[in-house]
Ligand binder design. Sequence first.
Ligand code: T3D
Length: 277
Amino acid sequence: MASTKTMQGAGRAEEAHLSEATVLVASDGARRTLTLNRPAALNSFTGAMHRELLAALEAAAADASVRCVVITGAGRAFCAGQDLADPDMVGDVDVGAVIERCYRPLALRVRSMPVPVVAAVNGVAAGAGANLALCCDIVLAARSASFIQAFSKIGLVPDCGGTWLLPRLVGRARALGLAMTADKLPAEQAERMGLIWQCVDDAALHESVAALAQRLCALPSRALAETRRVLDASMALDLGDALALEAAAQRDLGHAHDFKEGVAAFFAKRAPQFKDR
Ligand code: T3D
């Protein structure tokens, strides 16, 4: 299980536990930060890291005090995708089963969190690591970071949602270009082509993520999660059905606390206190 202790203030036994954890979990107010922690292997995914990350996401989803989740990597990489040296992966493995067991639940969990999820891409994001980042709602990347759809180099197709995400984010031509060449895409170029939200100087990444997370924590979580859900669903709908889905979402949100609070705060010229999730 991933530790739920913050790094600061952890006792010796807890520190030992933390150093073994493949996902570090830290809380700062309403922000929950999950750090992929296998830096020697560029935070590539083992079965254990999958289990810990999913458990940490489930815990964040179930904790009403959490209003924003940040996913980042320890060391010089964000995540290099599947650990190709994982003993479970060597030999004639059923790769499809790995996707069903690990990557499908991970992508769906990230994409259905009740709060916004930010990827803080601190370094290279390759293979499923790139697509884990792209599953997140907002991607902030350090200028030295890069994105690599590494799959074609090893005879696979983009997974962890890559085939769904890439054409939606950057269009078919760029999606195919990125996926077929497996070229390294620098963060600045990723921002320019609309693959990610923003690229910032390396030294500013931590501060920028903290500022963004603080803003997201103060916003109406339930409306933000609904925005993601409706926007994703609209991709498969015609305009009439998309408008109907918007109406259904507004109907529910219109009865909720946060809408009343938002309007009251607007007229009272004060900051709203949102609490729905
Ligand atoms: O079952 C399944 O496989 C299905 C699931 C598929 C999902 C996927 O994600 S498939 C794609 C898997 N990922 C890759 O193919 C990326 C492989 N890594 C790289 O291409 C490069 O490492 C990077 C471009 C990411 C970074 O290059 P660089 O030069 O900065 O670092 P490096 O020297 O290559 O790597 C540093 C260490 O990390 C090195 O170990 P060493 O030599 O110091 O002991 C390297 O082997 C290790 N490492 C990097 N990526 C992985 C890895 N070890 C295991 N698995 C990795 N994916």
